[in-house]
Design a binder for this molecule. Structure first.
Ligand code: SAH
Ligand code: DHB
Ligand code: MG
Length: 222
């Protein structure tokens, strides 16, 4: 009872009972697949966790690094009121186009005024310096090698109480290997940075589910 099929079955149960049918997300996922994007978006339960985090802190401005087809973007944008704003950074012009095309109908389906969602095409490390804070929530989910740099920018663009979430910090447990690959080394750099950083309090939780064995790191700005 602890194999990948079980993790998926439990996720399916939680998705059915706690998330429910979600035609906007289903459409975004199928359009992303049709366009050939990799199937690495947040799962439904993870997306809803991001939404609930944004909702619980009353987020008005959200920053995302790594848009892909806009699934996590759509989840987080749903927590914003009409005067809210979400900025999502994506290096791949095709991913950005697919995301914009997914976000527009997801907004219309809500049948009420929705927040502004801007997908900015370009290398995040080049876009980030031009952004103005504060953002209440940042979700970092792009090239893992740059996580520490993205975290530093998210912190610069934060205020007291802002939440910063980093995806994929466990990678099937590979993170425990001090001689791991470049992505593992990058998680270590991020952990070392946070270890020395007195302005945040952070934790990370290992998770299993439809996307396998991985985890989010969560930091709150003090
Ligand atoms: N957050 C999305 C998944 C993102 S996948 C979701 O859960 O739905 C990672 C994305 O980061 C990919 O679309 C990839 O093109 C993008 N990316 C990779 N390197 C990047 C960079 N240097 N700057 C901005 N985006 C980048
Ligand atoms: C993978 C998963 C992710 O959430 C991501 O952002 C990048 C890659 C993966 O499973 O390969
Ligand atoms: Mg991810």
């Amino acid at each position: 009872m602890s194999d990948k099929a079980t993790w998926r079955a439990v996720d399916e149960l939680f998705e059915q009972k706690l998330v429910g049918d979600d035609s906007a997300l289903a459409a975004a996922l199928s359009e992303s697949a049709k366009a050939g994007l990799p199937p690495i978006a947040v799962s439904a339960t993870q997306g809803k966790q991001l939404y609930l985090t944004a909702l619980s802190i009353g987020a008005k401005r959200i920053l995302e690094v790594g848009t892909l087809g806009g699934c996590s973007t759509i989840w987080m944008a749903r927590a914003l009121s009409a005067d809210g704003e979400l900025v999502s950074l994506e290096i791949d012009a095709k991913h950005a186009d697919v995301a914009r095309a997914n976000i527009a109908p997801a907004n219309i389906a809500r049948a009420k005024p929705v927040a502004t969602v801007d997908v900015i095409t370009g290398r995040a490390i080049e876009t980030l310096p031009s952004l103005k804070g504060p953002f209440d929530l940042a979700f970092i989910d792009a090239d893992k090698e740059s996580n520490a740099d993205y975290f530093a920018h998210a912190l610069r663009l934060s205020r007291k109480g802002s939440v910063i979430i980093v995806d994929n910090v466990v990678r099937g447990g590979a993170v425990a290997d001090p001689n791991g690959n470049s992505q593992v080394q990058a998680v270590w750099r991020l952990l070392d940075m946070i270890d020395k950083e007195t302005r945040v309090s952070a934790t990370a939780i290992q998770t299993v589910g439809a996307k396998g064995y991985d985890g989010f790191l969560t930091a709150v700005v003090l």
